[in-house]
Design a protein around this ligand. Structure first.
Ligand SMILES: [Zn+2]
Length: 251
């Protein structure tokens, strides 16, 4: 298990939104010292253009602080995907998040779709032909859905349920029935937490999710799995929740 992180993600000046809030990345990474950290390199225009309209990429480039941070986040997801393809499960602790970004627009604190960029890079490198994405953020990964909609045998799964118990049952049932895939990617949001906007999952539930996803990847795709941070705004417990997820995910 590896962690992709860079101290530059702690710079909160790139935007004025909840994902950019000061102290958020310090909190996110606070429980992850036990694992080896890798520093990402920024995604290139060419890599971003596998997913995004080059005009949109140019438009974001007009805002250098936001552009550099978003390129570094997408580069972090790419590194995590490449590590996981090579047999090392990896969590990319990055911002801005990406799952609300589609080809030419983004909302909800997102800029580039980090997960989609990473998967399209692996496909361009001819390493994968399909993928399964599970989005455990409290919000639907509408951007990821749009971007992967025309990719054959590739699914974006957003579980929704009334209670934590039903949520975990739904995820387990879905994963058990999943057909073989080349890689499993997780849009790992932590805002479904009890004290965050989703008001549902406890810390132990995040560990259980990590475990269920790890087992599915071991069964279906030789353990190839990576996760990329999306939302999560209750800073007091963000670190313990991410650590709990990673504990289950790492195995
Ligand atoms: Zn969210």
């Amino acid at each position: 298990m590896k962690i992709v992180f860079d101290g530059r993600f702690c710079d909160s000046g790139y935007a004025q939104d909840n994902a950019a809030m000061p102290g958020r990345m310090e909190a996110a990474v606070s429980g992850l010292e036990a694992w080896t950290h890798l520093a990402p390199v920024a995604a290139t225009h060419e890599q971003l253009s596998l997913v995004h309209d080059p005009v949109y990429v140019q438009q974001i480039a007009q805002d250098p602080p936001r552009f550099s941070m978003a390129c570094l986040a997408a580069g972090g997801a790419i590194l995590a995907a490449q590590q996981s393809y090579g047999g090392e499960p990896t969590f990319a602790c990055v911002r801005p998040p990406g799952h609300h970004a589609s080809r030419s627009e983004a909302w909800g604190h997102c800029t580039f779709n980090n997960i989609a960029v990473a998967l399209f890079v692996l496909r361009a490198e001819k390493r994968i032909e399909n993928a399964f994405v599970i989005d455990i953020d409290a919000h639907t990964g509408d951007g990821t859905r749009k971007l992967l909609a025309s990719w054959p045998q590739t699914e974006v799964f957003n579980p929704f349920a009334a209670s934590a118990k039903e949520y975990l049952e739904l995820v387990e049932a879905h994963l058990v029935a999943l057909p073989p895939t080349d890689i499993i990617a997780v849009s790992a949001g932590f805002d479904a937490y009890l004290h965050d906007v989703g008001h549902k999952l406890a810390t132990a539930d995040f560990e259980r999710l990590g475990t269920l996803i790890r087992r599915a990847s071991e069964r279906l795709c030789r353990g190839r799995r990576f996760a990329v941070l999306e939302g999560g705004y209750y800073l007091k417990d963000l670190g313990v929740n991410i650590r709990a997820f990673c504990k289950g995910f790492a195995g």
